[in-house]
Design a binder for this molecule. Structure first.
Ligand code: SAH
Length: 466
């Protein structure tokens, strides 16, 4: 049986460079449309007794014309596209009727009945343009959807598309058959080549692309993403971290990575726990390094999730050394380090005009019953100290700081399970903190912040406190 058209509008992309277009009306709505038309290179005439200052400026800048008058039918002569955005329904109707009589495509803003074409909501990653339209049924819904897509499509996709455009001929020369060439591009667009382009390293990307073209085997080599997963709250992952995690075939994670974050990996991705609890390493570091390499050489895309930032007490450097030696491509994605997460969620600014002009991240772990630091270098009262891995060493830290001249009154905070629902902040002084911790028995992970900024906690915290 005959079935009617199932699409109310056909989305097409108009080439408007130098094309005469007329816009009737120059208020806010008109200005918005003019902005788009000018960006698309239209030769724009605005017909309106008054126009907004912004529109006047853009017209001057792009060589458009403001015809300061009421609308008349002759304004449409010689034009290829008509848009009406006046506050008067009656004028809009006339523009519409005149355009139809002249067989010109016409859009009356916010009046689908009077449109032969409509403007979709767009996501602009020029040269990539994504258009979202509800066929005039619900512009709000279209805009909501656009916002979602905005968040999904990396801002640098335009750059990536231009890069691919430049490399097209080269790739075509190397891989003449279409099928294999498409496969090559598919893999390349999801590889470190693409990531390099998006972070602005196009030369390195081109070099790597040429290598891939020369060495067919490299296509089947995997790669490793060393991803900073932030301090715990999954919302603190970066877009890039989430994107690469989604791409991984295998995910390696340890205790510091919240289960919610591991869940963000693809359903079919293999998950490997590589542990690391103090004194109970599930896998020694060298074995983790080797595992990363082995998986990549098997052609897998491996995400190595690290708590916080991979390059802050994360041994990230060691994990990629071996990969670099074996020419496995990898990339390191920064994450929000626990110090930063704990500070913000506990309302303790790490620096402050009046209280601290520098901040130092310090390893606070116990080794042979002592915390190995050059204690005399911690005397500045205008420097905030952030101790990682310092729970067991806390009594020693408090003692050594005092022994080397810090006042017993110096404020100190211990943030337990920072940024998670269970976050707890314990506060005291160098003199009292050891006792407080003995009484409250916080559990790892915890972070210690020392300095006058801790006093600000009372005013700035929005989380509960013990
Ligand atoms: N690369 C990580 C640090 C790893 S070292 C980062 O940049 O954050 C491990 C230490 O980090 C823990 O001993 C603890 O001091 C700190 N840490 C990590 N996550 C934490 C959290 N959610 N709350 C408090 N401290 C945390």
């Amino acid at each position: 049986p005959f079935s009617g058209p199932s699409m109310q509008y056909l989305p097409v992309c108009l080439q408007l460079q130098g094309t005469p277009v007329v816009l009737v009306g120059g208020g806010t709505v008109g200005t918005r449309k003019a902005r788009l038309l000018l960006r698309a290179g239209a030769n724009l005439t605005v017909v309106s007794p008054q126009i907004s200052p912004e529109l006047e400026g853009s017209l001057a800048q792009h060589g458009g014309i403001w015809q300061q008058s009421e609308y008349a039918e002759t304004d449409l002569h010689g034009k290829k596209l008509v848009i009406a955005a006046t506050p008067s329904r009656e004028v809009n109707q006339r523009v519409h009727d005149d355009a139809i009589a002249l067989s010109l495509p016409v859009n009356v803003v916010d009046d689908p009945e009077l449109c032969t074409f409509i403007f979709p909501a767009i996501i602009d990653r020029d040269p990539i343009i994504i258009a979202v339209s509800s066929s005039g049924q619900s512009p709000v819904l279209a805009r909501l959807l656009r916002r979602k897509i905005e968040a999904l499509v990396p801002a640098a996709y335009g750059r990536l598309a231009r890069f691919a455009g430049r490399m097209r001929t080269l790739v075509k020369e190397h891989i003449p058959e279409e099928g294999p060439r498409r496969l090559f591009w598919e893999q390349t667009m999801e590889s470190t080549v693409a990531e390099q382009v998006m972070s602005g390293r196009e030369q390195a990307a081109e070099q790597q692309l040429r290598e891939r073209l020369r060495d067919a085997d490299s296509l089947y080599r995997g790669e490793v993403y060393l991803i900073g997963a932030g301090p715990g709250d999954p919302d603190l992952m970066t877009f890039k971290a989430a994107r690469l995690l989604q791409r991984a075939d295998v995910v390696l994670y340890d205790r510091l990575v919240a289960p919610k974050i591991v869940e963000m990996a693809r359903k079919d991705a293999e998950r490997v726990y590589v542990g690391k609890r103090r004194a109970e390493h599930a896998l020694p570091q060298v074995e983790i390094n080797q595992l990363l390499l082995d998986l990549a050489l098997q052609g897998k895309r491996v995400a190595r999730l690290k708590g916080g930032d991979p390059f802050v007490f994360g041994r990230g450097g060691e994990e990629i050394e071996l990969l670099a030696r074996h020419k496995v491509s990898f990339q390191v994605v920064p994450g929000i380090t626990a110090g930063s997460g704990a500070a913000c969620y506990a309302g303790i600014p790490l620096t402050h005009r009046d209280h601290a002009q520098s901040v130092r991240f310090v390893a606070g772990y116990l080794k042979n019953d002592s915390v190995d630091q050059n204690w005399s270098s911690f005397q500045s009262t205008t420097e905030t100290l952030v101790f990682y891995m310092g729970l067991l060493g806390l009594p020693m830290i408090c003692e050594q700081l005092q022994a080397h001249g810090r006042s017993p009154e110096t404020p100190i905070a211990l943030v337990e399970r920072a940024t998670l629902m269970e976050q707890r902040v314990l506060r005291g002084t160098l003199a009292t903190m050891t006792e407080i911790v003995r009484r409250e028995k916080p559990t790892a992970p915890t972070l210690i912040i020392v300095g006058d900024v801790v006093r600000l906690h009372e005013d700035l915290a929005w989380f509960g406190e013990a």
